[in-house]
Design a protein around this ligand. Structure first.
Ligand SMILES: CC(C)(COP(=O)(O)OP(=O)(O)OC[C@H]1O[C@@H](n2cnc3c(N)ncnc32)[C@H](O)[C@@H]1OP(=O)(O)O)[C@@H](O)C(=O)NCCC(=O)NCCS
Length: 160
């Protein structure tokens, strides 16, 4: 299947079960499930979060969730179905959210990913994120996390 067959839109509550299953399979493998369908539905409904999906006639194929604060945004979840990876869908989802953050005046975007997720690390580097910290045992005391940041604007120093 080609990426031409997907369309991008804001998520609906009815997308939550499919997004929960994808998170379990593609992000949480080997870890306890933290993103139940109910929790994902709360993220979709949250005024502080923006949730985008790429869907096809067969359902959700990719999605991204970002939390927006005044100064900082946090990329909470990002998944592209394996069959559709390396076709620019992940980049399109993140670009949409980055543009939204820029328009909202956000200064920086933050994320954590499993240190063993080499493809995602390459992806975020390609999209202009830089590693700030390695946090040993971040996931269940067993798996390290990398923290990454993308600066959107330099914050003015507060007057001394
Ligand atoms: C990480 C992920 C979201 C990337 O989505 P994608 O749609 O495949 O990525 P794109 O096609 O937009 O890739 C953009 C660029 O990122 C880099 N990239 C993406 N996947 C890569 C990989 N497996 N290895 C090396 N570089 C990669 C490349 O530079 C790529 O550009 P190119 O294809 O022109 O070389 C996807 O692999 C995924 O869902 N993985 C499983 C879940 C996950 O790890 N989520 C993120 C951590 S929470």
């Amino acid at each position: 299947m080609s990426s031409d067959a997907v369309t991008f839109r804001l998520a609906r509550a009815s997308d939550a079960p499919a997004m929960s299953v994808m998170t379990r399979a593609l992000i949480e493998a080997g870890l306890p499930a933290r993103y139940s369908a109910a929790r994902v539905a709360r993220l979709i409904a949250s005024a502080d979060h923006t949730t985008l999906v790429a869907d096809s006639p067969t359902g959700v194929r990719a999605f991204a969730v970002m939390m927006f604060g005044d100064e900082r945004a946090h990329l909470v979840l990002l998944c592209v179905e394996p069959e559709l990876q390396r076709q620019g869908i992940g980049r399109a989802l993140v670009d949409w959210l980055v543009l939204s953050a820029q328009v909202a005046g956000v200064a920086s975007i933050h994320l954590e990913l499993r240190a063993d997720n080499v493809p995602a690390y390459a992806f975020y580097r390609a999209l202009g994120f830089s590693e700030t910290l390695l946090v040993p045992g971040y996931y269940e005391g067993r798996i390290a996390a990398r923290r990454m940041i993308r600066i959107l604007r330099v914050q003015a120093a507060s007057p001394g």
